[in-house]
Design a binder for this molecule. Structure first.
Ligand code: R2B
Ligand code: URA
Length: 370
């Protein structure tokens, strides 16, 4: 129901100040009483979509997740989600799911194991451990963008209340050696512009790539003196390419000199940009547009001021990649009030598949096309 509808509940007073100038959808209420959460939240805190088309659809197929609102009971499956954690690869996110299961003491019934909920998509993988979702997002802005559209819709269908999204990733440090953590407070593109620019219907649409700075600071506060790494908060450059896009000399092509490369990286560094990676811009822009609190926390794999190749050993790289996970686990445990007994899985509930014909269709759809 659009915000300007007479039927829309009285605007609540949770977050008007977070609505940037000019973000009020055209034709809708512009007066100061309309709060931004009226666009992105129902009064009970459940995620509301800024797309009136979805609720008019008979069913919504989340094609790249191999889930659907007509085939699955999404509220029963995902209604208790609080933390949505994303990272590049399926293996890493399976490992995170197992790690967080240990950390929060979540016990699976004997003889069972975690299952990739999106296995039939052959695109992304998704694991659920109590209130935590662990999802792979692939590489680059298009991949994370598609996933975010579907995960945000999943939150809506499941009536999830106030979820927090995290990207746990890797990056190149700018002036930081390998193994350090960077929590992004603002993502910028390769031109140092703080928005995602996307052609929509032949027009360039710009969405601010803001992240929740309070959340970033809270995550930073969860690192301790005993951690074998530093945790920095700063700006992140998000590029459309790993090689030329990040000024590397070791791609298949290189039309600039080492001097030009270093001039660029030093300019980036002078603009308080601490790292480079390939997803934060879309992650920040889409979560911000959806009014979802979000953080990007990446480990540096090398200092780009010293070189281009990721040359540390597999063991070292694996240990470094656990570092963002450790901080996010501390946040999750803190917000689960993990001083009491470990959570138990819910008792077997009603069946999650509500329509097996539609399920077969959703699986076939997800599988069969490139
Ligand atoms: C970091 O690492 C990947 C490229 O190697 C990319 O997904 C990113 O953001
Ligand atoms: N990921 C990137 O995008 N860049 C790096 O330099 C390392 C990891």
């Amino acid at each position: 129901m659009p915000c300007n509808s007479e039927d829309f509940p009285v605007p609540c007073d949770r977050c008007m100040d977070k609505l940037p100038e000019g973000e009020t959808p055209e034709g809708e209420k512009t007066n100061a009483e309309v709060k931004s959460c009226c666009y992105v939240r129902y009064p009970d805190g459940a995620v509301r979509l800024r797309n009136p088309n979805i609720e008019l659809m008979d069913q919504d197929i989340l094609y790249h997740l191999a889930l659907g609102s007509g085939s699955h009971d999404l509220q029963q499956m995902f209604g208790d989600v609080k933390f949505v954690c994303m990272g590049g690869t399926p293996k890493r996110m399976e490992q995170f799911a197992n790690f967080i299961m240990d950390e929060i003491g979540y016990k699976l019934p004997a003889g069972t194991t975690l299952l990739d909920i999106s296995q039939y998509s052959y695109r992304y993988s998704m694991y659920k451990v109590g209130p935590v979702l662990s999802i792979s997002h692939g590489m680059g802005i298009p991949s994370v963008g598609i996933l975010l559209h579907e995960v945000i819709k999943l939150m809506y269908h499941a009536r999830v209340k106030d979820p927090v999204f995290f990207r746990l990733g890797t990056c190149g440090g700018i002036g930081l050696d390998g193994g350090q953590l960077v929590i992004t407070d603002e993502a910028v593109d390769g031109m140092m512009r703080p928005f995602l620019e996307l052609p929509v219907l032949g027009q360039l649409v710009q969405r601010p790539s803001k992240l929740d700075t309070e959340l970033a600071k809270e995550l930073q506060s969860l690192s301790t003196q005993d951690d074998p790494f530093e945790t920095h908060v700063g700006r992140t450059m998000c590029t459309y390419d790993f090689y030329e896009g990040q000024g590397r000399l070791d791609g298949a092509f290189c039309d600039y000199t080492e001097k030009e490369k270093l001039e660029f990286l030093h300019k980036v560094h002078d603009n308080n940009i601490l790292n480079m990676e390939m997803e934060s811009l879309a992650f920040a822009a889409l979560t911000h547009h959806a009014g979802i609190r979000a953080a990007v926390i990446c480990v540096t794999l090398l200092n780009r001021l010293n070189g281009d190749q990721v040359a540390s050993s597999k063991e070292v790289l694996n240990e470094w990649q656990n570092r963002p996970q450790a901080i996010v686990a501390r946040y999750i445990k803190k917000h689960m009030g993990m001083t009491g007994p470990a959570p138990r899985p819910p008792p077997p509930g009603p069946k999650t598949v509500v329509n097996s014909k539609k399920l077969k269709f959703v699986r076939e759809e997800s599988q069969s096309y490139e």
